[in-house]
Design a protein around this ligand. Structure first.
Ligand code: SAH
Length: 344
């Protein structure tokens, strides 16, 4: 049993049933788990209880096995190992307003986007809620203060809405006042556009920031780089995004990775602007972080600035994001791929 999968009440019930542990002891265990402590470190819990716990449960579902720090901007990249030996990765970006941790939601991914390293090798398995939370807990424990990680983005490996039940359970645990108490305002969920689940997320009462990976406003072009576009077309994605905005009041962000010769012309900007016209939206432009297994090239910096200026002239709110951690395999899934290649 991964104890971080459980909320406080569930942990109380589980420990009561299995080991006849009293409620106040379960609460102590819950507090320790959220601090990233191992059973051995839970010093106010009796030694015999700790030994029994070790027999039946997992204290730390993810462990940091490698840390790379960017010399350029201080961005840190983590390689984590799961209890079954699988590895996943995460990135910590430090901004003036706080620290943002990018978490993975699956081992691998089955969405098949042409520019993305996470999807090479397909989906291995879903992460449980506790394995997603464990990433935040581990990195939080590196900081001295209680709230080292202030913001969380679900933009690591995996498609969060392809693992809907575990991801929403994680969102509830993360934002719980009993636990890490990270407000949903400080959480962003990025999706390649699973339409039914976008609607469901709003209907289930979640209010995280929604980011749609658009990458092209031309249907045919989008189908070429993102297989999911064959299942849900642009108008369905836009309809679901508007619905999410209406239900939550949260402005939807559109992620647009600029790929040389694929989606970076004036005509692409024009189509994008007309798609987002009359909508409360913001575009995040980022230059492709080239993945060696693909032939796709990053759009040049001058071209990216030009694309931004087209959008600005067309009165579309947009920013060109700095690439962070380019010297440490910053793009999704690259660190894990390197690890798998050298350990095969
Ligand atoms: N599956 C989700 C979240 C993970 S990817 C999604 O598709 O949104 C997070 C973001 O990084 C997405 O916008 C994704 O399209 C983008 N991305 C993936 N590989 C990239 C690369 N090599 N360079 C730049 N952005 C990339």
């Amino acid at each position: 049993m991964i104890l971080l999968d459980l909320n406080k009440q569930q942990l109380q019930a589980y420990l009561q049933e299995t080991l006849n542990v009293k409620r106040f002891v379960a609460d102590q265990v819950f507090a320790w788990l959220n601090k990233g402590a191992s059973f051995d470190q839970m010093t106010n819990v009796s030694l015999s209880t700790r030994q029994q716990l070790k027999q039946i449960a997992i204290d730390k579902p993810v462990k940091i096995v490698q840390t790379l720090t960017s010399k350029i901007d201080g961005t840190q990249k983590f390689l984590y190992q799961l209890h079954d030996g699988n590895v996943i990765e995460g990135v910590l970006m430090q901004y003036k307003y706080g620290n943002t941790l990018c978490v993975s939601t699956q081992v691998g991914c089955r969405m098949g986007c042409k520019f993305c390293a996470s999807t090479i090798g397909g989906l291995v398995r879903n992460l449980t809620a506790g394995e997603i939370l464990g990433q935040v807990v581990e990195v939080n424990a590196l900081g001295k203060g209680e709230r080292f990680v202030t913001n969380v983005v679900l933009m690591g490996s995996g498609e969060p809405l392809d693992n809907y039940d575990n991801v929403t359970k994680f969102l509830t645990l993360l934002s719980s006042p009993d636990g890490l108490n990270v407000s949903q305002r400080n959480v962003s969920l990025s999706t390649c556009g699973l339409v039914p689940q976008i609607t469901q997320l709003a209907d289930d009462g979640y209010s995280v920031n929604l980011t749609i990976s658009l990458h092209s406003a031309k249907q045919e072009n989008r189908q070429e780089i993102m297989p999911i576009a064959n299942r849900y077309n642009l108008s369905q994605v836009m309809q679901a995004s508007r619905y999410y905005f209406q239900q939550t009041g949260r402005r939807v962000i559109f992620e647009y990775t600029l790929i040389d010769g694929v989606n970076d012309t004036y005509s692409d900007a024009l189509t994008l602007a007309s798609l987002l016209r009359n909508m409360s939206a913001h575009v995040n432009l980022i230059r492709l972080n080239p993945v060696k297994e693909t032939r796709l090239k990053s759009c040049g910096e001058a071209n990216a600035k030009k694309f931004l200026s087209y959008l600005e002239k067309l009165k579309i709110s947009a920013t060109l994001r700095r690439q962070m951690g380019v010297d440490i395999n910053g793009a999704c899934g690259q660190l894990r791929r390197n690890y798998l290649e050298t350990n095969d």
